[in-house]
Ligand binder design. Sequence first.
Ligand code: CAA
Length: 275
Amino acid sequence: GSVIYNYYTHTVKEPIQMENVQLTVNEGIATLVINRPKQLNALNKQTLAEISEAFESMRNDDGVKVVIMTGSGEKAFVAGADIKEFANFSGVQGSELAKTGHMTVFNSIEEFSKPVIAAINGFALGGGLELAMAAHVRIASDNARMGLPETSLGVIPGYGGTQRLPQLIGKGRALEMIFSAKMIDAATALNYGLVNAVVPQEALQATAENMALGFMKNSIVAMGYAVEAVNAGMLEGAIGYDVEVQAFGDCFETADFKEGTKAFLEKRKPEFPGS
Ligand code: CAA
């Protein structure tokens, strides 16, 4: 549904309820909850549009200083892009899905001028890990599991994962995660530098808020410039995002993709024809 954004700086606001995203602003800290727990907060089109809308609403809102992104429930941050929604897409539609996602959500979070902290409260897989990696800083609960399982579906990460994972943990570890499609636990993610801290699940929100409070003591203007400068340093590899969009779409034309997504939906292991 449509929502009117209207925040005050020094009050606790009623949570704003869109269909799949909930946004609360409290003393300068905005908490954005991806709220589709029955599908483990998987990112369908509607959810992505709402995330985009939420960030747009916060962009010029002086009442928002720092953003915390998290998932609803105790099980998942976000279990990826919604596989049901794209299983029958063509190559062109696949590329379009990735490109729209990059432009409206993932790049705009990475470029957001106020600090964005991902509080990873459970599974962060595929597009879910990609969402966490688009944030500026990540904190995980000790039950969190992270991975890029796309190759097990016959596709590649399409929301920036082929670029941001190697930036964060190095090429060898990133390719191992992409090839194996396996999840890593929170301790491994900490060891890799994929997350900055791991805390018990009960302490996750408070830890993220404490971090946010620490950031808020510093110049919001300077932090915005820091984001710009840090991101500019990555621009040399920026063509990789375009290659990802194209290659992601190309996967949709393969027999492997058709088998991979079909197997997921039928809750069985895929038997990839290799073509
Ligand atoms: N898309 C759509 N639905 C999903 C989903 C997804 N990514 N992840 C979970 N769900 C749904 C399940 O289908 C299930 O729905 P039903 O109850 O209607 O059957 C519900 O959420 C609960 O999930 P499970 O029953 O599978 O829960 P589990 O505890 O047995 O397993 C899990 C948890 C290991 C996270 C498993 O759900 C899983 O493997 N999910 C898919 C992870 C994945 O492959 N993500 C990558 C998506 S592709 C992508 O993201 C592309 C890109 O880069 C753009």
